[in-house]
Structure formats: C-alpha cells, structure tokens
Design a protein around this ligand. Structure first.
Ligand code: FE
Length: 211
C-alpha cells in the first residue's frame, strides 16, 4: 500500500525557479531543489514538464533558484505558481528582481539566497524532468529563515473558506484552488486521470472533498 499522506511528511524548501528563452524571462514555484554534492557543488531539481520554465531549461541548460524565506507573502506564490508564463508575463510590474552573471533573474526580496545553475544532464521522469546541475554562482541575500513547505501550509496559504455551493466541492491541498462540481458540470471522479489543478498543476490525488 502506498499511503499518500506519507509523502506529505517530507520536509521541503520552497523556491522561485527562473529561466529564459531568446525573448522571455519566466519563473515558477518549485519545492524540489536539493544539494547532492559539496565538492563540486551540485544540486538536483525536478520540474513539472507542463511548466513553461521546464522547456526553457531543457533548451538553454541554465536556471536560477531563489530560496524563499519565511517573509515571502502569498502574492509571490500566486504570481509564480498559479499562472502560466505562456499566457502572462510574470515580471510585469515586478521590480524586486536583478540579473545574476548568467543573465537570468533572481528575487532581491523574500529570497535569502540564490544559486545560478548549469544542467549537467536531465532525465525524463514522467510528469517531471529531473535535472542534475553544477552551480556557477551562489550568493547569500539575507539572514531570514528559509521557508519550508510546512511553514507555507501553516502560515502563508489562506485558510479554507466555508462551503457555499450545494454541490460537491473539491479543494486542492497544495494551493487552495476549489473545483465546484455544480459550476463545472462534471463530477470530480469523472475527470480524466491526467487532469491537473488549474492553479498549481498538482494531480487529482492532491484534492480532498470540502465538508
Ligand atoms: Fe493546486
């Protein structure tokens, strides 16, 4: 038996991952950056293949990771996590960025450090691409504590609102997006298995019915 809740016991950090193609910069939220070796400094990162940023990294071979601190407001998760860079420029009206030596953006506020990375190799892991990377630049930006996934759930993500629909409503445990069966006209159980949260792209298994 594989119990889904066991995976929620993992401790993760939260990061803004930034990359670019010829014309555009883009960024997304990930919780999948980890250091694997110290000498040389190497990290891995896994990125959902549906994310625009993933294709940019596959093509360019480089990205930045801004490590988010506990001061990061929900608006940063909305900006980078709940919209696609294919439809919107996530950096419009956003001035807390700077360019690192590799020409990519990093966050100058809410991040306590950033790393500039170069892909050594990548692997297709189904829903995600896994990148093993070297680090070309790394800089500390503040002494604020790094935000963990648990901290985000307890202190940053808005608390669920009382149910107002008379039909069944399903809530994404990751971002709080709600799927209202009455409004959508399709029962949640009947959605295809590859259906994903409209905001954070997490799968059906990360939804619970709102009571
Ligand atoms: Fe979600």
């Amino acid at each position: 038996m594989v119990e889904n809740g066991a995976f929620h016991k993992f401790s993760y950090g939260l990061f803004v991952l930034t990359a670019k193609d010829q014309n555009n910069h883009n960024g997304c939220i990930v919780n999948t950056a980890i250091q694997i070796t110290d000498n040389p400094k190497c990290i891995t990162i896994a990125v959902n293949k549906q994310n625009y940023t993933c294709g940019m990294i596959l093509n360019s071979g480089k990205f930045n990771v801004s490590i988010l601190s506990e001061k990061t407001p929900f608006s940063i998760f909305q900006r980078f996590g709940f919209a696609s860079g294919r439809d919107t420029d996530k950096f419009v009206g956003f001035d807390i960025i700077n360019e690192s030596q590799n020409g990519l953006y990093y966050l100058t506020e809410y991040a306590n450090a950033y790393l500039s990375c170069e892909v050594i190799y990548s692997r297709d892991c189904g829903s995600h691409a896994l990148f093993v990377c070297s680090v070309s630049e790394a800089k500390v930006l503040s002494d604020e504590k790094s935000m963990t996934y648990a901290y985000y759930f307890e202190n940053v993500k808005p608390k669920p609102q009382p149910k107002t629909s008379s039909g069944k409503v399903w809530v994404c445990l990751v971002c709080g997006y709600t799927y209202d069966e009455q409004k959508e006209g399709v029962a949640f159980e009947n959605l295809p298995n590859d259906w994903a949260c409209a905001w954070c792209k997490h799968p059906k298994s990360d939804f619970n019915e709102q009571k």
